[in-house]
Design a protein around this ligand. Structure first.
Ligand code: NCD
Length: 308
C-alpha cells in the first residue's frame, strides 16, 4: 500500500519542516521543478464543492509537468449510481498515479487509501480534517512569523464543523509555547474530543470565549472561519448563527501591529473587504502558498511510492 496523507499528524515535524523548505525553494526557483512529474497523473476526486483546494492541486500538478484527471462533483461520477468509495479508489488506481479526494463523509479518504494502490491525499472529509489546508496554513505562518513556537493563536467562528480548525489545532499542538484562544458562539464550540485528545492531552493552554473584541489584543494570529452552512441540520440555526462575527477595521484598533489575519476561504461576510488592503491580512497569501505546498507534497508522496 502506498503512503497516503489522511491526517496532518501522519507527517512528523521533520517532514513538515522539509515540505516547507521545499515549498520555499519552489517559490524561489519554480523552473527547477517544472518537469519533475513529467507524464504522471493526478486524479482530483471532489464530491463536495471546492475552488481553491481542487484548482490548487491541479495547478500544482501542471506546474510539476504532470497531468490531471478530474471529478468535480459527486453527481457527475458513478458515486451517484451507488458505487462505493472503495471501488472508486480501485478504479482510479488503474488510471492515475496519485489521488486527491474531498468527500462529505468523515473517513472516506481513509477508506479510499486502504483500497487504492496509489497515494491518496485527504482534501477535506466532512467536518473532520483538512490536512493540506493545514500545510498551507503552516507555510503561511512560517513565512509571516518565522516560527511556530510561543504564538497565541485565536480561532474564530465555526469551531464545531470547521475541519481546517481541527487540523490546524492538531498540528500546532506539537510546538512549544503555543496558546490557543477559541472564539465562537456556544453552539459552535470546538468539539470536546479535540479539547480532550489534543489540547488537554498535550498540555496546551487554551481558553474559550464568545467575545472576539476582548481577546484581540493578545493574538499573534487570528484564524477566521465561515459558518459551515452545509453541515447544519436546519436552516433556522444557520441563519441565527451566521453573522456571529464580522471582522471590521474598527475591531482591529486594539490588535497587535504584526497580527496575522488568516482565513482558509471561501469568505462569506465574516471579514469585511475593507480589511483586504490591511498589511495584516494574509488570506490571499495563503491561497498562493497552498499551491506551492501541494507541489511539495505531491513530489514527496510520488517519490516515496517510487513513481518519480
Ligand atoms: C475550507 C474547507 O473546505 O474546509 N475551504 C478550503 O478548503 N480552503 C473552509 C470552508 O469551506 O469554509
Amino acid at each position: 500500500m502506498a503512503r497516503s496523507l489522511i491526517d496532518v499528524l501522519d507527517l512528523s515535524l521533520d517532514e513538515i519542516d522539509e515540505l516547507i523548505a521545499v515549498a520555499n525553494d519552489i517559490i524561489a526557483n519554480p523552473r527547477k521543478y517544472s518537469e519533475v512529474c513529467h507524464g504522471k497523473k493526478l486524479a482530483t476526486l471532489f464530491f463536495e464543492p471546492s475552488t481553491r483546494t481542487r484548482l490548487s492541486f491541479e495547478a500544482a500538478m501542471y506546474e510539476l509537468g504532470g497531468h490531471v484527471l478530474s471529478v468535480s462533483s459527486g453527481a457527475s461520477s458513478s458515486a451517484a449510481k451507488g458505487e462505493s468509495v472503495a471501488d472508486t479508489a480501485k478504479t482510479v488506481s488503474c488510471y492515475a498515479d496519485i489521488i486527491a479526494m474531498r468527500h462529505p463523509k468523515e473517513g472516506a479518504p481513509y477508506v479510499a487509501s486502504l483500497n487504492a494502490s496509489i497515494p491518496v491525499i485527504n482534501a477535506g472529509d466532512g467536518g473532520h480534517n483538512h490536512p493540506t489546508q493545514t500545510l498551507t496554513d503552516l507555510l503561511t505562518i512560517k513565512r509571516e512569523k518565522g516560527h511556530f513556537e510561543n504564538l497565541t493563536v485565536g480561532f474564530c467562528g465555526d469551531l464545531k464543523f470547521g475541519r481546517t480548525v481541527h487540523s490546524l489545532i492538531s498540528a500546532l499542538s506539537r510546538y512549544s509555547g503555543v496558546r490557543i484562544v477559541l472564539i465562537s458562539p456556544d453552539e459552535l464550540k470546538l468539539p470536546s474530543y479535540i479539547k480532550n485528545d489534543v489540547l488537554k492531552k498535550n498540555g496546551i493552554p487554551y481558553k474559550q470565549t464568545t467575545d472576539l473584541l476582548s481577546v484581540i489584543p493578545e493574538l499573534d494570529i487570528l484564524y477566521m472561519t465561515r459558518v459551515q452552512k452545509e453541515r447544519f441540520f436546519n436552516e433556522e440555526d444557520y441563519l441565527r448563527l451566521k453573522d456571529s462575527y464580522i471582522l471590521e477595521p474598527r475591531k482591529l484598533e486594539t490588535a497587535k501591529a504584526d497580527l496575522c489575519i488568516m482565513h482558509p476561504l471561501p469568505r462569506v461576510n465574516e471579514i469585511s473587504v475593507a480589511i483586504d488592503d490591511d498589511p495584516r491580512a494574509c488570506y490571499f497569501k495563503q491561497v498562493l502558498n497552498g499551491k506551492y505546498i501541494r507541489m511539495a507534497l505531491i513530489m514527496k508522496l510520488l517519490k516515496e511510492a517510487g513513481t518519480i
